[in-house]
Write a protein that binds this ligand. Structure first.
Ligand SMILES: Nc1ncnc2c1ncn2[C@@H]1O[C@H](COP(=O)(O)OP(=O)(O)OP(=O)(O)O)[C@@H](O)[C@H]1O
Ligand SMILES: [Zn+2]
Length: 549
């Protein structure tokens, strides 16, 4: 029986272009994982969409003098273009502007209200006296009360990752006018997070497979005590609050964004004409659901969303939340679209093969520590590792079979112990790499697969088939066939990371169909197979200093 796996990926705000931090932090790991699970033959549903609400969108709209909807219409297609060109294989990438999403969000709201997990409360909120508007979330900046970071936003501190109430900020200033805000009362709905403290603590403690930092961060928040949080805002853009008297307010963007995972699953089911198909992904307790996010999103996925799910009832909690640290632009400077610091994915895709970018970003995936993106390092990774260890291996062997055996895989009678050893390594790699990918260790999975490429290179160098072919053609044939077997294994092992070039190689190895439908297993190349052309998988890139000189 195949397993069922739900792959949920953070909803990017449709207010800017996507940068490498988001790609390496959330989208690429999710995609490698989903591709790996599909190869295993599991039922996978991978969903996300553009987050079209909240102050990140309205702040951009105000700044650019356009409507929030126009902001979304400008950036959503650009996001879709990145998925297409970068090979992020969503089953559905939608938006939070659909009727379905509004309905699912309001249903969640009303059910939580009915069950007593939402209540109304009047508090004082920051208000800009100059423009006469409340200042929710990102309309206000100030100093973080926890870490002293001076550019904390009203909703959270990017430095220490704490979620904030705007009124907690020290020295707050309005993003609309720069004015010092005043306090003004307003009534809002609150999510009774405090009611979930114990069940959440019990649940989080039972997740030994979680990343240590995710678990500790979450337990830390639980130990400090959960405060109930306002889930409506004085703002005119967002999902309407389905309660009379709240016409001027909207549901808080994070409340509706996390519901997006569920609403997108329902939309996917409707679109494929099986409206109930979302249920097993959410209601069968055997389904594992993974949430791929960056570290700033942890509280929303390990506390707020699980609390909402517990309150709603009958829906699976996350199985794992493999949150990543940050990819920085330069040491200590986060890639951030709202701050305008970053390397844009569309620019990179104009310059480099998608698989080269995927390869390099996997090597710097911030699984345990922050990392730094560098274009020079990308070029080095392409030339010195990707091509030197893997691309050349495939290209050399296919070329030699063309040169010496007319492009047809020769038959071999028996294999020497060195060849048998390499084949055994091919077999065992499927478990070794699979175990890494299964645990969301994508750097480790890639490094492990590359060890097989190194073994194959060493094997070839030791047996020098280019020389042996003149004196002992059978020996050369055995070497090349065994090397082709290793290349065929690597093609599958590397497919989740390098989907485009491994599909090309699959054709060049004379194989039918597509790698993605072959299964996660070792398959030797059959004798008599006609190989395709020996096309290089990647091209060498001139280092930038040389190019500029
Ligand atoms: N530099 C980064 N490194 C790793 N992950 C990141 C980075 N920036 C964003 N992410 C993750 O990518 C996902 C989508 O990000 P989001 O749309 O919030 O972008 P952002 O650049 O953080 O935006 P903003 O600066 O407006 O908060 C989130 O899960 C976020 O944690
Ligand atoms: Zn802070």
């Amino acid at each position: 029986m195949p397993d069922r796996v739900l792959v949920c990926v953070a909803w990017p705000y449709a207010n800017y272009l996507l940068h490498v931090g988001q790609a390496a932090g959330a989208y690429l790991p999710a995609d490698i994982f989903a591709r790996y699970q599909r190869l295993r033959g599991n039922d996978v549903l991978m969903v996300s969409g553009s987050d079209c609400h909240g102050t990140p969108i309205t702040v951009t709209a105000d700044r650019e003098g356009i409507t929030p909807r126009e902001v979304v219409e400008r950036y959503h297609p650009k996001i879709l273009e990145v998925w297409e060109r970068f090979g992020i294989s969503f089953d559905l990438f939608t938006t939070t502007l659909t009727e379905n999403h509004y309905a699912v969000t309001q249903d969640m709201f009303l059910r939580l209200l009915e069950k007593g997990y939402l209540y109304r409360r009047t508090d004082e909120y920051l208000f800009d006296p100059e423009v006469g508007r409340f200042l929710p979330d990102r309309y206000v900046e100030g100093t973080c009360p926890y870490c002293g970071y001076t550019e904390a936003r009203g909703d959270q501190c990017d430095n220490c990752g704490k979620t904030l109430d705007a009124t907690e900020l020290r020295d707050p200033r309005s993003k609309l006018s720069g004015a010092r805000p005043v306090l003004k009362p307003s009534e809002h709905f609150f999510l009774k997070l405090s009611a979930f403290e114990e069940p959440l603590r019990e649940w989080v403690s039972r997740q030994p497979h979680w990343r240590r930092n995710v678990q500790n961060f979450t337990l830390g928040m639980l130990n400090e005590g959960l405060k109930d949080r306002a889930i409506t805002r004085d703002i005119s853009w967002g999902v309407p609050v389905p309660v009379p008297g709240y016409e001027d307010k909207r549901i808080y963007v994070w409340f509706d964004a996390v519901i997006g995972y569920l609403s997108a699953s329902k939309e996917w089911a409707q679109t494929r004409g099986e409206p109930e198909a979302w249920r097993p992904f959410w209601q069968d307790p055997a389904t594992r659901s993974y949430y791929f996010i960056g570290k700033d999103n942890i509280p929303f996925h390990t506390i707020i969303w699980p609390a909402m799910l517990l309150g709603y009832g009958g829906l699976n909690l996350p199985y794992d939340v493999p949150a990543n640290q940050y990819v920085n632009f330069a040491a200590g400077q986060k890639q951030s679209k709202s701050k305008g610091t970053g390397t844009w994915m569309l620019d990179l895709l104009d310059q480099y093969h998608a698989d080269v970018i995927r390869f390099y970003l996997t090597t710097i995936m911030p699984e345990s520590n922050d990392s730094v993106f560098s274009e020079d390092e990308l070029i080095r990774a392409n030339n010195d590792v990707l091509i030197a260890t893997w691309g050349n291996l495939a290209n050399r062997v296919i070329s030699m079979v063309h040169r010496n055996f007319g492009g047809t895989v020769p038959a071999v009678a028996s294999r020497t112990p060195e060849s048998t050893a390499l084949l055994a390594e091919c077999e065992s790699m499927f478990d070794a790499v699979g175990n890494e990918f299964e645990r969301c260790h994508f750097r480790g999975g890639l490094q492990t697969a590359l060890q097989l490429a190194q073994s194959a290179n060493k094997y070839l160098d030791e047996r020098a088939p280019w020389k042996a072919v003149k004196t002992d053609p059978d020996h050369a044939a055995e070497t090349l066939v065994t090397a082709l077997d290793a290349i065929n294994a690597l093609k599958t092992l590397l497919h989740p990371v390098l989907p485009f070039s491994t599909e090309q190689l699959h054709a060049d190895l004379g194989q039918e169909g597509a790698v993605r439908t072959q299964g996660w297993r070792f398959q030797p190349v059959q004798p008599g197979t006609r190989l395709g052309p020996a096309r290089p998988l990647y091209t060498k890139i001139e280092p930038r200093e040389a190019a500029e000189a």
